[in-house]
Every structure is written in C-alpha cells, then in structure tokens.
Design a protein around this ligand. Structure first.
Ligand code: SF4
Ligand code: SF4
Length: 387
C-alpha cells in the first residue's frame, strides 16, 4: 500500500503551520525517516511566477519556512530552489524571491536560496514514442543534495487539468527551456508523458503539498481563483499524492493525463484502492464546491465523449487563448514567452495568430494581469451542454 497523510490546517499562522507539519509527518514516520543529521536538503517549492503568497500561484512561504526549520531541527542543512517560468523573470530572480516571500522564509529559518539558473546543467535524453528530446536540468538538484523535498501547491492547470507533485519537478529545467518543452509536445497527453519521463530522473524522497489555500478554475497562474481548502498532504510517492489531490478536487483520475501517464509508467499506485489514506478522509477534505479548469474536459462533459473529443482535438481547435484589451498592460511577457511566436504586439494591441498557436496556454499561465483567458469552441460548449 502507498501512504498519503493529510492534516487540517486552516491558516498560515506560523505556530499552526509548524504544529500541523509535525503532526502530518508523524503519520509517515516523522521527518527523521527522510532526513539525517548533516545532510543537505533541497526544498523545491512551486515558484511559477513573481506573485504574492495570497494569490495562491506559488507555495506559501510560511510552509517553506516551517519545513526548513524542521530540517534544521534534524541537524541537517536546508536549501530552497526552483526555476520560474516565463520571459523577464529569470534575470530578476531576487525580485521573485522577494515577492513570493521566499527571501523572508529563508532569512527566518536559516535556509540558503539556490538559483537554478546559475547551476551547471546536466543533459537528459527523454523519449516520446520514436522521438528523442535532449533537455537540460539544473545539475545541482541531482548532484549537490542528499535529499529533495518537493512542495507543490494544490492547484488546477488549464492544460494538464491539475498541477501537483509530479509536475512540480518540471521546475528543475532552467529558464525558457521549460516553455520550449511545450513546442516539442503540444498535446497534453504527450506533454504529460514527457513530464513523467523527466520526473523519473529527479524523484524526490518526500512530497508535502500546500493545500491550506489552494487554487480552482483557470489555474495555475494569476487567472486561477484562490480557494480556502485548509489542509496539508504528505507522501513519499508523488503519483499517490497527485491521485489524492485529483480525488479531493472531485476530478476522475482518468481525466488527468499526468496521472494516466504516471500509472502507465509504473510510478506508483494503479488505483485509489492501493492508497492508504491517513488522517481526515477524502470527504472531509473536499471543498463543498470546486471549479475545474475551463481548458480541461470539464465535469459537464460525459465520460463517453472524452475519447472522441481527444481525437477531435488533434484535428481541430477546441480552445483559444484570447486577450482582454481592457486588462492588458502591454507588458509583452506573453509575446516573449510564447514557444511558437504566435503572439504579436500589433499597433499597441496584443493579438494571437491561431494558425500558429499550439494551445499550450503558457500565455495564460504567465500573464500577470489576468488579461489572457480561454475561449471554448462551439463544439466544446455543445459537448458540455450534452452533459
Ligand atoms: S496579455 Fe497579459 S502578458 Fe500579454 S501583454 Fe497583456 S498583460 Fe502582458
Ligand atoms: S499563443 Fe499562448 S497558447 Fe498559443 S502557443 Fe503561444 S503561449 Fe501557447
């Protein structure tokens, strides 16, 4: 059996988070089962973009500080590192640490911040069917640390439906190479296969999910909506954690491509029946109402239509990113971050070329102004009505 522990924790108050973390880890043998004195431990949060903690785009600094303090209590050395997405952030990593609260979390706990962009790079070769792709990762993640603690956020994702423990390790890829990954595998099923293949090279020893304030709707960036979910999860198996996350969201596992790929690759449990849940039950953790990401095949679409829609999506567009001119600040982050150069600044108006766009939704993920959103095709809306 794979174990996933849960604990209720309603706020980011320091004393509450530290106590909850301690009680949570006690379910799976305590932190001492994973971290030994003298070890160097990398804490890997989700630092997608420079957004403040209350937006729920990134892992909350109070949890990161509590984990770092717990590591120090074990006599080990805590480090905090991630590579954000998008143009213009990598050069200003100090600013990202400041805005996300990581700088303060490191100062308060005595942890050291690690800039993945300055690490040596190690090349990996991943397979997608007959195709081979060479990608760099920050070598420090696999060479400089004895233990990696993965700390994802409980969030939805427009393309991959959820973003969780497996996907959080995507951040080991430096800089804009993450965005280029989308170009190689534009369809969510292919992208998920590659994310799982990448994960097998950087498997963390422990995963702790920040579900105190999660994200619903159009995640994982600023377009998503924070939701008070009030819990933490811990597991040594990332797939088991992602399966529990999807179940709490009320999303069937076979609608989350990264879970489907993870099961196929033998990363962990094949079904929820193989997971022993410790602490509060799924029902106790489930929010009363939870919005799925609009880019996914939402709960309004009956299961029997999903294979047909997946097939149609390979032939015609079912979703388009659209710009709200009133909200757009012309910052051009989307223009510079689009992996296929499908976005132009046309006489002061940001426009998407749908003949080129591969529906990766990076522009929505990275837009700081919530100005990019998804427009569904008539066919997709019709399928939803049929549900
Ligand atoms: S759509 Fe968003 S990311 Fe693109 S230019 Fe406008 S504000 Fe910036
Ligand atoms: S326009 Fe947006 S969704 Fe389309 S390829 Fe570019 S970043 Fe991806």
């Amino acid at each position: 059996m794979f174990k996933v522990a849960a604990i209720q924790c309603k706020t980011y108050k320091k004393s509450e988070v530290s106590q909850a973390l301690n009680d949570l880890l006690a379910h799976i043998g305590g932190l001492g089962a994973y971290v030994k004195p003298g070890q160097k431990v990398l804490i890997k949060p989700n630092l997608l973009a420079p957004r403040p903690p209350e937006t729920a785009v990134t892992t909350h600094p109070a949890l990161i500080a509590a984990i770092a303090e717990a590591i120090k209590q074990q006599g080990a050395l805590p480090f905090i590192g991630d590579s954000p997405g998008g143009f213009g952030v990598l050069e200003r990593i100090e600013q990202l640490w400041e805005i996300t609260g990581m700088k303060q979390a490191a100062a308060a706990s005595g942890a050291t911040l690690v800039n993945f962009e300055k690490s040596r790079f190690k090349e990996l070769e991943l397979s997608l069917g007959k195709k081979r792709i060479k990608i760099p990762i920050a070598a420090c993640v696999v060479e400089d640390f004895d233990v990696v603690i993965n700390v994802p956020k409980f969030k939805t994702h427009d393309l991959t439906v959820t973003t969780g423990a497996i996907k959080n390790m995507f951040g080991v890829m430096p800089g804009l190479t993450k965005i280029q990954f989308h170009k190689f595998a534009p369809k969510k099923e292919d992208l998920s296969t590659l994310l799982v293949a990448l994960f097998t090279h950087v498997v963390p020893q422990l995963n702790i999910m920040d579900g105190i304030i999660g994200m619903e709707g159009e995640g994982p960036g600023s377009s998503g909506t924070p939701i008070s979910t009030g819990f933490l999860l811990a597991a040594d198996n990332a797939l088991a954690m992602d399966m529990v996350q999807a179940s709490i969201m009320g999303i069937p596992l076979d609608r989350v491509p990264i879970i489907v790929s993870g099961i196929k690759a033998g990363l962990g449990p094949k079904a929820m029946a193989e997971i022993k849940q410790l602490g509060p039950s799924l029902e106790e953790l489930q929010p009363k109402k939870f919005s799925w990401p609009p880019g996914s095949y939402t709960d309004k679409i009956p299961m029997f239509l999903i294979p047909l829609l997946s097939y149609i999506a390979r032939l015609v567009r079912l979703t388009n990113p659209v710009v709200n001119d009133k909200l757009c600040t012309r910052c051009q982050i989307c223009v510079k971050s689009c992996p296929v150069k499908a976005i132009d600044n046309n006489q002061g108006k940001i426009r998407v070329n749908y003949k080129v766009c591969i529906e990766c939704f990076c522009c929505i993920e990275l837009c700081p102004a919530r100005a990019m959103t998804i427009k569904k095709s008539r066919l997709l809306r019709l399928a939803e009505k049929k549900g």
